[in-house]
Design a protein around this ligand. Sequence first.
Ligand code: ZN
Length: 252
Amino acid sequence: MYFPIIMLHYVLNDPHESIAKWSITPRKFIEMLDCIAEIGLQVTTFEEILEKKFSGRELGNKVVITFDDCPSSLFEFAIPELIKRDLKAVFYMPTAYIGQYNIWDVEQHGTIETPIMDELALKKLVELGMEVGSHSNHHIKLSAISEENAFEEINDSKELLEKIVGKRISSIAYPFGEIPNNFKVSLKRAGYQFGLSIYSPSQHQYSLRRIGIYQTDSRKSMLFKLSRSYHLLRGIGSPIKKLKELVMKKEY
Ligand SMILES: [Zn+2]
């Protein structure tokens, strides 16, 4: 089973420099959606994959667009643009910060404060046919805490979201892409169907790889990232990160 899963955070014109590396402009977002249309990929969600029980072959021409952290600003451009094109996406919420701001980023990385969606906004997403998923409770590295604590993060956030949106939550995106210990058991126990990381050597329904699209991406690189060959390369980690590591070794 393979289909590209895109990871995005902010879609903003002129983002503050502290969040610029996690932002793409509306223009880049449109370019990305055009690339998806050009290569004939159909945009789907995990809910739809479960509901329609797509075969492996059907999944071969699908793509999922995901947004981490649920910044409220997505309602300004990205969400209206998706609606205009009749497309759906999945939004991952760190539930401890619903209706607040990106506290974890401000504390750890000194970024500016950006508002996070509140309960009404999450309900609105579901009304619009979008999917909401968990991004843990406190946006922490789930691999760095005990299995039991990670389970609480995974489980509590799911229960809270289900209460808010009134429907089953089927997927989680691990903060920082860090896969928790004994994740297969924990996710199954909590009742998830999908778990999303970033770089993941093995592909499992609970450790699906995602591709980041950044402002630095060109049309050409976006088309490459959406291809199957890129996915295979990612099996060995981030090709660019690996290259940088090699260079660093030489230097020191
Ligand atoms: Zn995040």
